[in-house]
Design a protein around this ligand. Structure first.
Ligand code: PGA
Length: 250
């Protein structure tokens, strides 16, 4: 049985006190321990507190990014070994906002994945097409190319700690959600792509999350598809009640 996961990507939101408050609301919600594995991904400055506060609560913590370099003169960057030293478990990599605003390529993301794996961190690797690519019926090609580039030289043993998030860019923060059929079709395609490279055991155990305007009102329908193993939630993860309602939608 693969893991059902609901991960909240806070992006660049929440001051320090606001973030602590949100974590406490999530922990104190009486239904928060049911259902899927919860992951929260606050900005860097909250990670240390997030790890401490969530300990023993069955909630894991993810960073939103990390450097492709091991260490050294890279002002403003955070390395995978620094994240590992906080004892957090996951790192979101290759988010479309990082690709669009910071020029991240599949090759760069591949370097970051390698840094994470070398430091015992589990990458949540994002892929997804922009609207024009879907309209031109290029979405499968685009996603296959992203996956191939990002996973270059990643071995089957290493792949076991990877989670993939399919996030159609046209659905992120737009209020437009992929239909359950569109999500299932792409998730199935991703699983088969992984099956071809890594074999059935790995493909069948891979958690593939859907991201893009996922909210309490549509989560159940999306998660009921056989290849949709949960969600990567942006906007709705900033509200404890909504986030937990999504996690309890399985
Ligand atoms: P959204 O963001 O839920 O606000 O659309 C999802 C994401 O970017 O991970």
């Amino acid at each position: 049985m693969r893991k059902q996961i609901v991960a909240g990507n806070w992006k660049m939101n929440m001051t320090f006190p606001e973030g602590i408050n949100l974590i406490q609301e999530i922990i104190n919600n009486p239904s928060s321990l049911k259902g899927a594995q919860l992951i929260i991904s606050p900005p860097y400055l909250l990670l240390n507190q997030a790890v401490k506060l969530t300990q023993g609560n069955n909630i894991s913590v993810a960073a939103q990014n990390c450097s492709e370099h091991e260490k050294g003169a890279f002002t403003g960057e955070i390395s995978a070994s620094m994240l590992n030293s906080l004892q957090l478990e996951y790192v979101i990599l290759g988010h479309s906002e990082r690709r669009a605003y910071y020029g991240e390529t599949d090759q760069l993301i591949n370097q970051k994945i390698k840094q994470c794996l070398a430091n015992n961190l589990k990458p949540i690797v994002c892929c997804g097409e922009i609207l024009k690519e879907r309209e031109n019926n290029e979405h499968f090609n685009v996603v296959a190319t992203q996956i191939k580039g990002m996973l270059e030289e990643i071995t089957a043993k290493e792949f076991k700690s990877i989670i993939i998030a399919y996030e159609p860019v046209w659905a992120i923060g737009t209020g437009k959600t992929a239909s359950p059929d569109q999500a299932q079709e792409m998730h199935h395609f991703i699983r088969e792509t992984i099956r071809n490279s890594y074999g059935s055991e790995i493909a069948d155990n891979l958690s593939i999350l859907y991201g893009g305007s996922c909210k309490p009102s549509n989560a159940k329908e999306l998660f009921s598809n056989s290849d949709v193993d949960g969600g990567l939630i942006g906007g709705a993860s900033l509200n404890a009640e909504d986030f937990i309602a999504i996690a309890n939608s399985f």
